[in-house]
Ligand binder design. Structure first.
Ligand code: NDP
Length: 459
């Protein structure tokens, strides 16, 4: 049995679902193939459950400061309740995504797909072939697991959400988004947490003040950081897992988690045999319009290795549909993407880091560090950091970096003026909103320090 479609989408995650819906809205006959659950990494085992768990972990600190506001709280935490409620919510979202596909007439096929040519896809389970005028690869990625002895004893973010019980302690390898987010989740829920990272400070590509600020925040929350070290092997030790590190030290942990990056889901997809060129890391090579080296095959989202972020995948899927099915060629601008790390404290950033900006011209740096008002009645001393980097003498805003409560929400809004090419004067024209943390961004007077000819002056 065969089926004939204008578009066959492989992968019902953020990018694939948006592309399928839009293409169907433009009149295309569309099938979307998914072997797991509709919703993809973001909904099922990424952004959505992660943010729910972040909320859960933050109660701990709220209870801490509650006393200084006159509250007495006698709290306890139940992991199975959180897991069950999370499951309810992602199932609701899965149904919403499914309904949104079905409404414009997208056919959902639950199976594993293999690309067998520029215009053909084989369904492995059903053992049948589909003809497709266009194929969109939106298969996402999977956690990369270092090939060390005993690696199978460790978990990844895929399993972390559904552990049968919280471990008494956890060792997390990696220094990126997932490592620091899960470290703060586990620590907030009372798990003795250690990060082991091969570099010398977490979040390698972030602004130094954000990195050092978060590092201090993690340490303040009791998270242990082991730098310039990797895990060499894992063995079972009773109920624990024993980790041997690159410096020869061995220590037991209740659980070990790899957060060592993610790799594109292109294995066994038949892409190379169909003529699709891949990068050396397995990601699909695409042009600005998400077209691969085979003209009828496109790819969007994490599988392309551009920016592994949900809103980027959604935009790529939408623009693909505009380009191919609405005669409206649109290329996604990947140059200015706001991003947040939902750690504790939280980070929100957009644009250039101080280090990057200083090597590209003369810049002014405006920096504020202060105790968030929420902490002022308590003994908490943690400071919020807001940094604005501009071209010299009140020119264009080049970067904004925020560490502290609400950083993600703030940076989403900062993305609007920055996308319009706003200058420091444009920020200054905005009336401050008091009392808020964000008002600092529009009340900076003189620069805290500057860079001229690459040299730091003042500060
Ligand atoms: P990241 O790329 O952010 O971090 C991976 C970390 O693992 C880095 O610290 C890296 O070190 C380290 N690493 C890589 N390979 C090895 C190895 N062989 N041995 C030891 N350490 C290693 O990946 P994540 O897995 O944290 O997240 C994947 C992507 O998902 C992110 O880049 C982001 O795009 C997205 N994401 C976004 C979130 C958000 O928006 N809040 C949340 C979670 C994920 P080094 O720094 O030296 O390279």
């Amino acid at each position: 049995m065969t089926g004939s479609y204008d578009l066959v989408v492989i992968g019902a995650g953020s990018g694939g679902v948006r592309a399928a819906r839009m293409a169907a809205t433009y009149g295309a006959r569309v099938a979307i193939i998914e072997e797991f659950r509709v919703g993809g990494t973001c909904v099922i085992r990424g952004c959505v459950p992660k943010k729910l768990y972040v909320y859960a972990s933050r109660f701990n600190e709220l209870f801490d400061v509650a006393a200084s506001f006159g509250w007495q709280v006698d709290a306890s935490f139940d992991w199975p309740t959180l897991v069950a409620n999370k499951e309810k919510e992602i199932t609701r979202l899965e149904h919403a995504y499914t309904a949104n596909l079905e409404k414009p007439g997208v056919e959902i096929i639950k199976d594993r797909a293999v690309v067998t040519g520029p215009n053909s896809v084989h369904l492995v389970g059903q053992d049948r072939d589909l003809d497709a005028r266009y194929i969109l690869v939106a298969t996402g990625g999977h956690p990369y697991i270092p090939p060390i002895p005993g690696a199978e004893l460790a978990i990844t973010s895929n399993e972390a959400f559904d552990l049968p019980a919280l471990p008494h302690s956890i060792l997390i390898e990696g220094g990126g988004y997932i490592a620091v987010e899960f470290a703060t989740i586990f620590a907030g829920l009372g798990v003795n947490t250690t990060i082991v990272y091969r570099g010398d400070c977490i979040l390698r590509s972030f602004d130094d003040d954000m990195r050092r600020g978060l590092e201090a925040g993690l340490i303040d929350r009791g998270i242990k950081l082991i730098y310039q070290t990797t895990i060499k092997s894992l063995t079972r030790a009773g109920d624990d897992i024993s980790a041997t590190f690159s410096d020869g030290v061995t220590a037991p942990y209740g659980a070990v988690m790899f957060a060592t990056g993610r790799a594109a889901n292109t294995g066994g997809l038949g892409l190379e045999a169909a003529g699709v060129k891949l990068h050396s890391n397995g990601a699909v090579m695409v042009d600005a319009f998400s077209q691969s080296s085979v003209p009828s095959i496109y790819a969007v989202g994490d599988v392309t290795g551009r920016a592994a972020l949900t809103p980027v995948a959604i935009r790529e899927g939408w623009y693909f549909a505009e380009t191919v099915f609405n005669n409206n060629p649109l290329a996604v601008d990947h140059s200015q993407i706001p991003t947040a790390v939902f750690s504790e404290p939280e980070i929100g950033v957009i644009g250039l880091t101080e280090g990057e900006a200083a090597t590209h011209g003369d810049i002014d740096v405006y920096l504020a560090r202060f105790r968030p008002m929420m902490n002022t009645l308590s003994s908490r001393t943690e400071r919020m950091i807001l940094k604005l980097i501009t071209e010299k003498d009140g020119g264009k805003v080049l970067g904004c970096h925020i560490l502290g409560p609400g950083a993600a929400e703030m940076i989403q809004l900062v993305a609007i003026p920055m996308g319009m090419g706003a200058s420091k004067a444009d920020f200054d024209r905005a009336m401050a909103l008091h009392p808020s943390a964000a008002e600092e961004l529009v009340t900076f007077k003189a620069p805290s320090y500057t860079y001229r000819d690459g040299k730091k002056i003042g500060g």
